[in-house]
Ligand binder design. Structure first.
Ligand code: FAD
Ligand code: SF4
Length: 510
């Protein structure tokens, strides 16, 4: 054996040029390792989805006559550590060259560089051929600029990749249809049933349990519904185009207790594990749009495309521009621990109860649940960004650090001091009431700020603004909020702050 090629659990890209030819001197290695299951506590569905997808992928490679050595989590000869794994294989098979695809996580990038330094054979790192952009493209694009505005990055991406363009202008003359995409869902149109795969994954769950891997969240092991193969991922794209795209943008920001997924695609795991590429997803959606213009509006399509060629590539660029310092940032100096109900969903706040319970039962919450409910509460309650980050990284099926951290620590917690978000995403209960049907059935009263049943978001909001006003003193986008704070009567502010402090002191009983 001459060449050893490593495939990490999120490098399941069967379209990679590595697989263009079968070479008898080439061996691929894949391993389910404790170093990956244990660096943070993961949701059980996340561990199961990665292991299943890896096993399916290795089978796919073997069926195409590639040589694969695969270590299951339960294999007694599994070293559970990347360095040991590579060093042992190099020795055992007299490997002459070690190759890997650039990992997307800083931690693994450093580890692989260090492994290569220890090896006395040739080593080579290649692109993962998944993203539209290279690691440093965003940093180059914004060189010399003070603000890293997503919108300007997005427009560059639209032009560069000729997505929804006519000449050098956006299709229909508008770059952004965000204003069309802010509706609350009120049962006007039926929400289609989500595409279900109903796989029995009991065996792999038993293996994970037998290894005493510490996980959380629940799973219906007889009806597992996440895509774990390229074929299932492709089915999910088709399903999205046919059944969900027509209303995606309209209800993209809606919160609704009657449905877990609304019109969201659930494609993030398939993409983040690289079973499908962002280009395949964008191309499929745009082709569908051109073939079905009588039923699909441009606003829906643009809203979706922006998430992928805009936000997804943008946060990846931010991650590589700012790491490793990004992981330590806590610009607002928030220190509070995570309340217990993040692990149980047991709280009287309907919005939090629904969003957290769903995260625990499905390993999924959609963007506005993550940002404007759980993230909003976390920031208002001044929770430590390390604790918030660890929770988000563990709980969601799609959580890999390069995408989770800029979204959580940056966009949602403003811990990066405004690199990603130009102002903190905080609101009182009124925003949640406007975008959801949560408040009507909540124990708390959304219109009240003081008193036993007052919505906690209300006093926490003003308390947060008051506590952090120095940080935002020069932020133009915060000037209106701070002016309202200044206009508050001193006795009203004092009572509001007292209420907020009592909430924070007894946060586990909310
Ligand atoms: P859809 O709503 O159908 O959107 C389509 C696709 O757009 C997604 O699959 C995703 O690939 C992409 N996308 C949308 N918004 C973003 C964004 N802000 N950043 C990157 N990609 C985006 N996404 C992750 O993939 N992993 C994470 O760990 C993650 N953590 C998040 C944490 C917080 C606090 C917030 C606010 C957002 C986070 N997101 C994360 C972004 C977004 O919430 C998820 O991508 C989305 O909810 C996944 O569900 P979906 O596939 O149904 O998305
Ligand atoms: Fe959430 Fe407040 Fe509405 Fe209750 S009243 S659902 S706590 S925003």
């Amino acid at each position: 054996m001459k060449i050893l090629r490593l495939l990490l659990g999120d490098q399941l890209n069967s379209e990679h040029s590595w697989f263009d030819e079968v070479n008898p001197d080439m061996m691929y290695v894949m391993a389910e390792m404790r170093q990956e299951t244990d660096y943070v506590k993961h949701h059980i569905q996340k561990v199961a989805a990665f292991f299943l997808s890896m096993r399916n992928f290795s089978e796919e490679l073997i069926n195409k006559s590639h040589q694969v050595v695969y270590y299951k989590i339960s294999d007694s000869n599994n070293p559970h550590n990347l360095e040991q794994l590579i060093l042992d294989l190099v020795e055992e098979y007299k490997i002459e060259q070690f190759e890997y695809q650039f990992p997307d996580e800083y931690r693994l990038d450093e580890q692989l560089k260090s492994i290569c330094e220890k090896l006395s054979i040739r080593t080579k790192a290649v692109d993962s051929e998944h993203f539209y952009t290279s690691r440093n493209e965003l940093a180059d694009f914004f060189k010399g600029k003070k603000q890293l505005l997503m919108e300007s990055f997005y427009r560059m991406m639209r032009k560069k990749h000729y997505v929804l363009m006519v000449g050098d202008q956006p299709l229909d003359g508008k770059w952004n249809f965000d204003h069309n995409n802010r509706n609350q869902y009120k049962n006007e149109v039926p929400i289609p049933f989500p595409l279900e795969f109903h796989k029995n994954v009991s065996e792999i769950i038993a293996e994970i349990e037998a290894q005493n891997i510490s996980t959380f969240g629940s799973i219906d092991a007889e009806k597992f519904n996440w895509p774990t193969s390229r074929n299932e991922s492709l089915q999910l794209i088709d399903y999205f185009c046919e059944h969900l795209l027509a209303h995606f943008g309209t209800y993209q920001d809606s919160l609704f207790s009657g449905h877990k997924f609304l019109f969201h695609s659930r494609l993030s795991f398939a993409m983040n594990s690289k079973m499908i590429s962002p280009k395949e997803v964008v191309d499929a959606v745009i082709s569908y749009y051109y073939e079905n213009q009588e039923t699909t509006e441009l606003a829906q399509v643009e809203g979706f495309v922006r998430q992928i060629i805009g936000w997804r590539e943008y946060v990846r660029g931010i991650y590589w521009k700012e790491m490793p310092n990004y992981a330590q940032m806590n610009a607002l100096e928030n220190q509070n621990p995570l309340p217990e109900f993040f692990w149980t969903g047991k709280t009287k706040m309907k919005c939090m109860q629904h969003s957290i319970s769903q995260s625990l039962s499905e390993a999924y919450a959609h963007h506005i649940q993550r940002l404007m409910v759980i993230g909003n509460f976390s920031l208002l309650a001044q929770l430590h960004p390390d604790a918030v980050d660890a929770w988000y990284l563990g709980v969601y099926i799609d959580a890999i650090e390069w995408v989770e951290m800029p979204n959580t620590r940056g966009m949602s917690q403003y811990a990066d001091g405004g690199i990603v978000a130009t102002k903190p995403y905080v609101s009182s209960g009124s925003y949640i009431n406007k975008m959801s049907n949560y408040c009507g059935s909540c124990h708390y009263k959304v219109k009240e700020k003081l008193g036993e049943k007052a919505c906690p978001f209300n006093s926490l909001y003003w308390h947060f603004l008051d506590e952090k006003k120095q940080h935002f003193a020069n932020n133009q986008r915060m000037s209106m909020m701070l002016a309202l704070l200044r206009k508050m009567k001193p006795e009203e502010l004092a009572a509001t702050k007292e209420k907020a402090i009592s909430i924070l002191e007894d946060i586990n009983n909310l």
